[in-house]
Design a protein around this ligand. Structure first.
Ligand code: G6P
Ligand code: MG
Length: 483
């Protein structure tokens, strides 16, 4: 078992689909495999998911699967010659009626008619993640007339954002709805929703997920300016989700790169306060698409997300389409472990001065307070149904490993996302009540995680089934006869 606490999410793609590469990625520390529904056919995702599960099982590893919905990314249509080159000062038009495959130097079609209604004179449009920028000079019933402010190449199907956000496209498209069913069929552990505007978008996703028969936890990708406009908007979105992703690509385009670092810190803080998991994503090791070694700036970016206490850091194109997917995971793992040694990763404010809302939360936080202040404690065992109790524990900074003991495959996979949490398959209901503590501690002894004389904390409830029942914390000494 690893001593790394921060989890690694890596996107699978053409560079990471062979059994050999996937096996190396899993052995290098992959915790969560991301299937990007913006690319690839359902069968490719099915094959990759099955490979990940088979290889992980063969190595006794627990890897969660995350499906990422495409969402309503607004895109331009196609050009007659695939791409054009725009210069500063050029005039350019987006047209609802222009043929979809016949864009020219002057005009291109758009698939989203409301863009014309949503935009007004003076707005800035950012194409291809901000590589090309235009100002809207005039809006007719079916066209936007623009002037190019920053020129560059523009090719088929590139995305459009408006600076400041505010485009009204609903978060779930027909394709997303079909992909939610696919996620259910594949038993995915997490489902990421792209461009949610508010809690209502997440509630709709939750309803569709339930109807499809999936139990995947829902991740809200924070990538619209509206989502971070104020604390109320952000917290509303966080509370309606099981976790969030700091989706820095589109978010950076909408709010500007200068604001991004501060907003990242705020999203991570707010997610943790609300007892949710959080992933920091996009361009973390971008240069490793072509290079076997990250830049110092990338090392610093990953380390800073770890110091902010993100649950997970994510690889996108680096692992999906880059030349060094395995090296990228190794580099991330190394940098995470290094940053976790820093005192800010270990010391906790302990939610001092705050009230707890539930008895299981109180027990979980009492366990963390003890673990952080009683130097003999080497591990925490949390008997858990859903992963909720260890989730609460892992909201508190600590260097003591948390072990989620659960008999369920779903829970064993889900906790792969939680910072500082590892899983041990364990079914307390199969044992006489007075043998559970001993058997649980023996699992850690067997794995050399603890030795005779160490202290271990164990939490559980009165019954061995049902979520939300944790009400007991035991402090156990390894080697004593335990009941
Ligand atoms: C397991 C334990 C119970 C405990 C429950 C907590 O079922 O055997 O004693 O109450 O987990 O589950 P939770 O999903 O709330 O972490
Ligand atoms: Mg995005």
């Amino acid at each position: 078992m690893t001593s790394r606490r921060t989890k690694i999410v890596a996107t699978l793609g053409p560079a990471s689909s062979s059994p050999e590469v996937l096996e190396k990625m899993i052995l290098a520390g992959l915790d969560v495999a991301r299937l990007n529904f913006s690319h690839g056919a359902p069968d490719e995702h099915r094959t990759r998911a099955q490979l990940v599960r088979d290889i992980a099982a063969r190595h006794g590893r627990f890897v969660a699967l995350l499906g990422d919905l495409q969402g309503p990314k607004i895109r331009i249509a196609k050009f007659t010659n695939k791409r054009i080159e725009l210069a500063e000062g050029d005039s350019f038009r987006f047209s609802v009626t222009h043929p979809r495959d016949a864009g020219t130097q002057e005009v291109v079609g758009i698939d989203y008619p409301d863009l014309v209604k949503d935009c007004s004179v003076g707005d800035e449009l950012l194409l291809d993640d901000g590589r090309v920028v235009m100002r809207v000079d005039n809006a007719t019933a079916d066209e936007l007339h623009c002037t190019v402010l920053i020129g560059g190449p523009l090719s088929d199907n590139k995305g459009i954002n408006r600076r400041g956000g505010g485009l009204t496209a609903p978060a779930l498209t027909a394709k997303d709805k079909a992909d939610i069913k696919l996620a259910a069929e594949m038993n995915l552990d997490y489902l990421a929703v792209s461009f949610p505007r508010d809690a209502a978008d997440m509630e709709l996703a939750r309803r569709l997920r339930d109807e499809a028969g999936s139990s995947a936890w829902l991740i809200a990708k924070i990538e619209r300016a509206e989502a971070v406009a104020d604390d109320e908007a952000l917290d509303g979105l966080i509370r309606a989700s099981d976790g969030v992703m700091v989706a820095r690509g589109d978010l950076g385009v909408e709010i500007g790169d200068a604001e991004l670092v501060g907003i990242q810190k705020k999203i991570i803080l707010h997610a943790r306060r609300n007892n949710k998991v959080v992933i920091t994503a996009t361009q973390m090791m971008e240069s490793m698409i072509q290079s076997p070694m990250p830049t110092r700036a990338e090392v610093s970016d990953v380390a800073n997300a770890v110091l902010d206490y993100t649950d997970a850091v994510m690889l996108s194109a680096e692992s999906a389409a880059g030349e060094y997917p395995v090296e990228a995971i190794k580099a991330m793992a190394r940098v995470c472990v290094g940053a976790e040694k820093h005192p800010t990763s270990i010391k906790s404010g302990h939610r001092l001065g705050q009230h707890f809302a539930r008895s299981d939360e109180s027990t979980a936080l009492a366990a963390m307070y003890t673990a952080n202040h009683f130097p003999g404690v080497k591990a925490i065992i949390s008997l858990t149904e859903s992963g909720y109790t260890p989730l609460i524990m892992s909201r508190i900074r600590s260097s003591v490993p948390i072990f989620a003991f659960s008999p369920y495959r779903e829970t064993q996979a889900r906790v792969a996302m939680f910072r500082g949490v590892q899983t041990v398959p364990f079914d307390p209901a199969s044992l006489p009540a007075d043998k559970v503590s001993q058997a649980a501690v023996d699992e850690l002894l067997k794995r050399d995680i603890v030795s005779i004389g160490d202290w271990v904390i164990l939490t559980k409830g009165d019954s061995y089934h049902g979520t939300g029942g944790t009400n007991t914390m035991k402090i156990l000494r390894v080697g004593d006869s335990l009941i």
